[in-house]
Design a protein around this ligand. Structure first.
Ligand code: ZN
Length: 339
């Protein structure tokens, strides 16, 4: 689970008004809650394992979407890590010791979860390993604040992707069996930087480069087919540069300003485009969208959908149905992607 740093969003369900600061508190609260559970019932390990399972589920679906759509994303391919990183500093100060013990996390960047079948996994990287360097470049960062922060993880991710862009990498890792080197070439795929944030809010959004998904929405995805549609929708917003396009037209998508009728129509247009593209992304990755209309219908009926910025339910379902039928007939939507 990760902290979002930006408010700007193109949502899956609605425009929410949560501020980043509130999310940081929620994040700490989640972990503090886990600590409380330990004292009471000794159940913390399972709570931390649940966090790991959730991160793995999200990373696995994002990875499959990214790889399966490689041809479509040819102009904008990026190396796919195939693993989720975490660091000591991203947990609340009071809970770091427990998080470290549960995850085998030390002073280095740790592997929270690893996608089965990824080149890193095949090379022998495993959850619980710590990363020391890539191609001789140190992956540690010096955290400057004691508040929960993802800065160290983002620093390491940036270096890893830089090195992976050049070709095969040599990773120096620290694992329970001692320090050792692994060598592999990361697979290339569509940009799909997905982060999971805690909270019961049922939503996901795209900030231009990342897809941010709430725990609440993840729990509503009964199957990975549902999850693929959600992640695909947000990936589509980023791949199609919707945020940039709307900003260029002067449309604010941070949910804090009221939109004019014309602006709302612009946003609805991007939402419909993202839904259509998501169907293609998910079906190219062999996800089964037979229940997609039921899933979206239930989500929107229960949600706080802002009618002005999203198509109404009958229209959204009709559009989804049409996109699925077209994709089954091999009529793929293939927008031209650019940097
Ligand atoms: Zn959207």
């Amino acid at each position: 689970m990760h902290l979002p740093a930006s408010l700007a969003r193109l949502n899956f369900v609605s425009f929410a008004h949560t501020k980043a600061a509130c999310r940081a508190l929620a994040y700490v609260a989640l972990i503090v809650g886990a600590s409380g559970a330990i004292a009471a019932s000794n159940s913390v390990p399972s709570r931390f394992e649940l966090l790991r399972a959730q991160d793995l589920r999200v990373a696995s679906v994002a990875y499959r979407l990214a790889i399966a759509n490689k041809a479509l994303c040819a102009p904008v391919l990026v190396p796919q890590l195939g693993f989720v990183l975490h660091s000591f500093e991203q947990y609340g100060p009071a809970d770091r010791e427990e998080a470290a013990r549960s995850f085998g996390l030390g002073s280095h960047i740790g592997v929270m979860a690893i996608v089965a079948g990824s080149p890193a996994e095949r090379a022998g990287l495993a959850a619980g390993d710590q990363l020391l360097s890539v191609n001789g470049r140190n992956l540690d960062a010096q955290p400057e604040e004691s508040a929960p922060s993802r800065a160290s993880v983002e620093h390491a991710q940036r270096i890893l992707v830089e090195e992976m862009r050049r070709g095969a990498v040599t990773l120096l890792i620290s694992s329970p069996g001692g320090d050792r080197e692994l060598r592999f070439a990361a697979a290339l795929g569509c940009p799909s930087n997905v982060e999971l944030v805690p909270g019961d809010e049922v939503n996901a959004w795209a900030d231009g480069s990342r897809v941010i998904l709430s725990d609440g929405l993840l729990r509503r995805c009964a199957t990975d087919d549902d999850l693929a549609l959600v992640i695909g929708h947000e990936m589509a917003h980023n791949l199609l540069h919707h945020r940039r396009r709307l900003a260029a037209e002067g449309v604010s998508v941070n949910g804090l300003l009221a939109l004019t009728e014309v602006e709302s129509a612009e946003v609805r247009g991007t939402e419909e485009e993202a839904d259509r593209f998501a169907v293609n992304l998910a079906m190219a990755a062999a996800y089964d969208l037979s229940d997609a209309e039921t899933f979206i219908g239930a989500l929107m009926r229960d949600g706080t959908t802002a009618a002005t910025t999203h198509p109404d339910l009958p229209r959204r379902l009709a559009l989804l149905h049409g996109a699925i039928v077209a994709a089954k007939q091999g009529i793929a939507l293939a927008p031209r992607l650019s940097e």
